[in-house]
Design a protein around this ligand. Structure first.
Ligand SMILES: Nc1ncnc2c1ncn2[C@@H]1O[C@H](COP(=O)(O)OP(=O)(O)OP(=O)(O)O)[C@@H](O)[C@H]1O
Ligand SMILES: [Mg+2]
Length: 96
């Protein structure tokens, strides 16, 4: 099996609210290989946007936190500033 373009393991995100910490997504796991398309579907509030924003490091830090997961983009660890974040344009034009 070839290396996936996008590798997501156990993605979790939390929001800090007036009523405490809210767990938004818990353990999202998937791979996308070159040439594949993945559609994320679900009820309103099920976590589609938070999943996507977390992967691209676009979740506003003042609102939410990503924790305890592994994300690699073309084999490089992208989370928490270890490599440049995934840019939608470069993802679309260079890799997918
Ligand atoms: N700003 C926020 N503050 C607190 N909790 C939030 C916030 N944004 C999202 N959440 C939590 O994350 C969950 C997932 O929200 P998300 O916006 O990802 O859902 P969605 O699947 O994109 O919904 P929709 O189909 O309506 O766009 C929500 O149910 C809520 O519990
Ligand atoms: Mg949404």
């Amino acid at each position: 099996m070839t290396q996936p373009v996008l590798f997501i393991r156990d993605l979790r995100a939390y929001f800090t609210t007036e009523r405490g910490i809210v767990e938004s997504i818990d353990g999202v796991t998937f791979d996308i290989h070159r040439g594949e398309t993945l559609a994320i579907v679900g009820d309103s509030g099920s976590g589609k946007s938070v999943t996507s924003l977390s992967i691209m490091e676009l979740l506003p830090r003042r609102l939410g936190r990503v924790a305890g997961c592994e994300i690699t983009f073309t084999g490089r660890d992208t989370l928490f500033g270890r490599n440049p974040p995934i840019c939608g344009r470069c993802a679309a034009t260079r890799w997918l």
